[in-house]
Design a protein around this ligand. Sequence first.
Ligand code: F0G
Length: 473
Amino acid sequence: MKGTSKCNFDKKGNDVMKTQIEPFKIKSVEAIPITTKEERIRYLKEAFLNPFYLRSEHITIDLLTDSGTTAMSASQWGNIMQGDEAYAGSKSYYKFEEVVKKITGFKHIIPTHQGRAAERILFSILGGNGKIIPNNTHFDTTRGNIEYSGAVAVDLPTKAGIDPSTVEDFKGNMDIDALQRLIEEVGSERIPLCIITVTNNSGGGQPVSMQNIRETKELLSNYGIPLFLDCCRFAENAYFIKKREKGYQNKSILEIAQEMFSYADGATMSAKKDGMSNTGGFLATNDDSLAEKARVNLIITEGFPTYGGLARRDLEALAVGFEEALDEKYLEYRIGQVAYLGDLLIKAGVPILVPTGGHAVYLNAKLFAPHILPEHFPGQSIACDIYLEGGIRSCEIGSVMFGKKTPDGRHIPPPMELVRMAIPRRVYTKSHIEYVAESVIKVFNRRNELKGMKIIYEAPLLRHFTAKFDYIK
Ligand code: F0G
């Protein structure tokens, strides 16, 4: 698929419009800052060469994340006025619960202010010393919450999932053989749950097939281990299944999502992604005893079970947002926009992780800047130069984010060195995407000038957010 949404006037596909359009018109606009190169050099220096420190008023196109950055629809804004701000038993909660139950089928829907709150609650109950929790690939907050509980987080991606150049339909899949080996090795009693992240964010926004979810569940059932979905991008995953997996072409996105959830015993969700809203999340489960413990924890730390730390108007926005995320025309545009950016870069020879995934284009920093060693952070250097070139903010996902150290201080790099350009939902137009491609291509064409970096300050945990850098002279 190329470009954004297609207007098909002929169902046989003979006479389609060539121009690809965004399937919405714009009711409200927000000016974006345009800066000069001199200003950007100063801003980046003031940000210690870490885009997380940049002020958004100095950024022209912000591709740091697709999380909470969605443009809400007129219908969502309209419903926000309907928010019933009751502390307990709010009407807005029941609207939210109804939609989430329709999609997921889970018995207990526990709202949280965002995804990591659901993770914290879940792992404070099921985690702990001696426990092991596998996932196709843990997102960093998921890993953080598991490790904070004392448990060990294990990533089990497939071989293709950690090779940016291998083209496969479902590179987000769980390595089921490796999962079985892990269970046999450590014993099922040490594994309180297994997680599948859809789509696999840290592995390139790559989808997981229905077959893989089903077969993972079958294996886990033999050992009595529950399966949870980390389902932030469930609608994007369902769209890939519809397009790529045999037997799903004539199913609706809702039906596919329902089947995905039918294999799971519970889920955590950051609704800041496919909830199409600026905040929110939930923990869902079919287990009454787990739900009871989770609600107690929720009341102590987040809020009453009918709002979980959210304003009730946010639940209204989510109730509408979940429905909008299931719209196939929207998803065609969404996935198509990501693919369009990927195609523009590939045509210019820029190495990216292929095929493009659901929410972001990931530059392959190892091939982009092969002269910079992983311990000198090629991805960080590229992200900085992309900001200097076009005022575009992206995010390193490589040695800065996931690098470890041996006891004697030597750098252990992660399998991939990537720069993620995550595309906010319904925010940027085709010309913005072309501007991004042009800027990245300019940096690529002068890639030999990119310099290695060193860290001059780092926090003990999740260092990428606050690390400070300098260039190696
Ligand atoms: N799980 C996945 C797969 C995620 O991508 C995220 C967030 C979370 C959990 C945590 O959710 O932010 O609502 O607490 N991902 C964002 C990102 C931050 O930029 O990819 P949260």
